[in-house]
Write a protein that binds this ligand. Structure first.
Ligand SMILES: N[C@@H](CCC[C@H](N)C(=O)O)C(=O)O
Length: 280
């Protein structure tokens, strides 16, 4: 059976997006891994299915390129918002996920690109909401990378945006070996469900430079939930305001952590790269 797909990205964090509202889509792990392989397959960071929903306009299901299903994906929410917007008159689209209900607003759109804002809901900041395997202050985790007496990176902040994140503040983010340190932390026993790892350098009170190691996908050019988690972590530490740009390898996302209702609003671009058919 073949399935039509859109190859899309948000700041280079790329996806295969399948519209599964009319016909179910239940891919095998080995197929996801094969399609996701950049050397021999199509290549993507996440596989996304748009499904029907009783609580929203649609449900977004997410698989990482390693085949594991996960709660949510910020950059893909903007892409799904753009896709749904093409087929409806509504300005605001509610998209449900395993990580919670979100609302997408398409600010600008043409045939292949757009600018989309997503209300990601409230960050979850309690240790058991991340989740962590033991009770700990999420603002200063007792965790470090490197030698005990001279750690390279330490005392990160944990934030859940529906999926788990840990944010290390560093002096020089370009000096970080993201692959080596990120892969070690992703599987640390403190995170029973694994974790997405961000390394962040505060440039000023409204700008953060961030690089990311994603759970189940490795280094990506951008991570929407990671950008939200990073701004929340920085604001909680008093390092930034509650709004600003988080600049990743693929470019900036604007993040606002609204004081009025505690919701995090993420705004940034989407792009359609090409259309294709999946065999499997
Ligand atoms: N690219 C994403 C996050 C995708 C899921 C993540 N790797 C996880 O395992 O939680 C984003 O833009 O948020």
């Amino acid at each position: 059976m073949t399935r039509p797909f859109l190859k899309m990205n948000g700041l280079g964090n790329d996806f295969i997006v399948i519209d599964a509202r009319d016909a179910g889509f239940a891919p095998r792990t080995e197929d996801i891994r094969a399609w996701g392989d950049r050397a021999s397959g199509i290549g993507f960071d996440q596989l996304i299915a748009i499904e029907g929903s009783e609580t929203g306009d649609a449900f977004m299901r997410v698989w990482n390129s390693d085949g594991g299903t996960v709660e949510t994906c910020g950059n893909a929410l903007r892409c799904v918002g753009w896709v749904l917007d093409k087929a409806t008159d509504s300005d605001e689209l509610t998209i449900d996920t395993l990580g919670g209900l979100t609302t997408a607003k398409v600010l600008e759109a043409d045939a292949r690109t757009g600018m989309v804002s997503v209300d990601m809901g409230k960050p979850r900041l309690n240790w058991d909401q991340i989740p962590l395997s033991e009770e700990m202050d999420t603002l200063r985790l007792e965790l470090q990378i490197g030698p005990i007496d001279a750690p390279l990176y330490h005392t990160p902040v944990a934030v859940s945006m529906g999926n788990p994140h840990v944010v290390f503040f560093v002096d020089d983010v370009m000096a970080v070996d993201v692959e080596r340190s990120g892969s070690l932390i992703e599987h640390h026993p403190l995170f029973p469900e694994g974790v997405n790892v961000e390394f962040a350098q505060v440039i000023d009170r409204n700008i953060i430079r961030m690089r990311v190691w994603e759970r189940g996908a490795g280094i990506t050019k951008a991570c929407g939930t990671g950008a939200c988690a990073t701004l929340v972590a920085a604001a909680r530490r008093g390092l930034t305001e509650r709004h600003g740009n988080v600049i990743m390898d693929g470019g900036p996302l604007h993040i606002l952590w609204r004081a009025a209702d505690d919701h995090v609003i993420m705004t940034g671009p989407v792009e359609v790269e090409f259309e294709g058919q999946l065999d499997g």
